[in-house]
Design a protein around this ligand. Structure first.
Ligand code: ADP
Ligand code: MG
Length: 269
């Protein structure tokens, strides 16, 4: 599904929110899987030292000899850090805990904020023909997340439908603005997606109302419902789309992918 009108190269999206447990990894995995289902070639970059995206897609720890850390430092060939997944259209760069020392180890590197940017734009990347690269960010606004925002064309923000959900957003938006002013002037907000939505819960509805009132068109129409199949899927090393194809979670992530594709076509037109 290459879009002929888009400039050469994949669209790079950072999935970010400095709060933990809001659905970043779940969204990165399942949106990637849904885009792959739509025929896009997708790369998922696990940028969280916890490596949950890698585990969730079945990359065993012993198969993580080369990781995102090596991608950042550029000391390993691209073909040795990009791994296949069960899905033909989806590949992954896995992460391990060694990424947690990146902040300190890369301190003396002048280009430390641009490492991911440069890694994803090396010529060897063209060979893969990716349409989308999704970056699963850690739950903080550290050097790794800044690398993601400098590397990316846009930021996709999962927002958990719970109390105080909107409070952390201003800090996140501030960081986006800073990155725009200093290093990546064309960084956009891809959209905000409501996660773990419970239609029977007044609080969920209130968060949705607040988000739509305050953030308007930035909020995706698609909401991701709280769905036990979504939370079970990673322990079977599968995206929910494969684990239970007709579950509410799978249906929602397919809808999110379609909405994102339509949005991007409009932008490209
Ligand atoms: P983050 O990456 O932001 O820390 P996760 O994606 O790991 O968040 O999600 C946090 C927890 O919530 C995980 O246990 C995950 O399985 C669960 N979860 C995420 N989305 C859903 C959902 N739509 N329905 C049910 N559980 C979910
Ligand atoms: Mg995560």
């Amino acid at each position: 599904m290459s879009d002929p009108t888009r400039p050469k190269g994949p669209k790079i999206i950072a999935v970010a929110n400095q709060k933990g447990g809001v659905g970043k990894t779940t969204t990165a995995i399942n949106l990637a899987a849904a885009l792959a289902e739509e025929g896009c070639r997708v790369l998922l970059v696990d940028l969280d030292p916890q490596g949950n995206a890698s585990t969730g897609l079945g990359v065993e720890v012993e198969d993580r000899n080369n990781t995102t850390y090596d991608l950042l430092t550029g000391e390993v060939e691209l073909e040795d850090v990009i791994q296949k997944t069960e899905s033909e259209n989806m590949m992954i760069v896995p992460a391990t805990v060694d990424l947690s020392s990146a902040d300190i180890e890369l301190m003396s590197n002048e280009k430390r904020s641009f490492l991911l940017h440069d890694a994803l734009r090396q010529t060897a990347m063209d060979h893969y023909g990716f349409d989308y690269i999704l970056i699963d960010c850690p739950p903080s606004l550290n050097l790794l997340t800044v690398n993601a925002m400098i590397a990316a064309h846009s930021v996709l923000i999962p927002l958990q439908s719970e109390f105080f959900a909107l409070e952390g957003l201003s800090q996140l938006m501030l960081t986006v603005r800073e990155v725009r002013q200093t290093a990546n002037s064309s960084l956009r907000i891809e959209g905000i997606v409501l996660t773990m939505f419970d239609a029977r819960n007044n609080l969920s509805q209130q968060v949705e109302q607040d988000a739509r009132d305050n953030l308007g068109e930035l909020v995706f129409d698609t909401k991701i419902p709280r769905n036990v199949r979504v939370s079970e899927a990673p322990s079977y090393a599968q995206a929910v789309l494969d684990y239970d194809s007709t579950s509410k979670g799978a249906v929602a992530y397919r809808a999110l992918a379609k909405e994102l594709l339509v949005k991007n076509k409009k932008l490209a037109a």
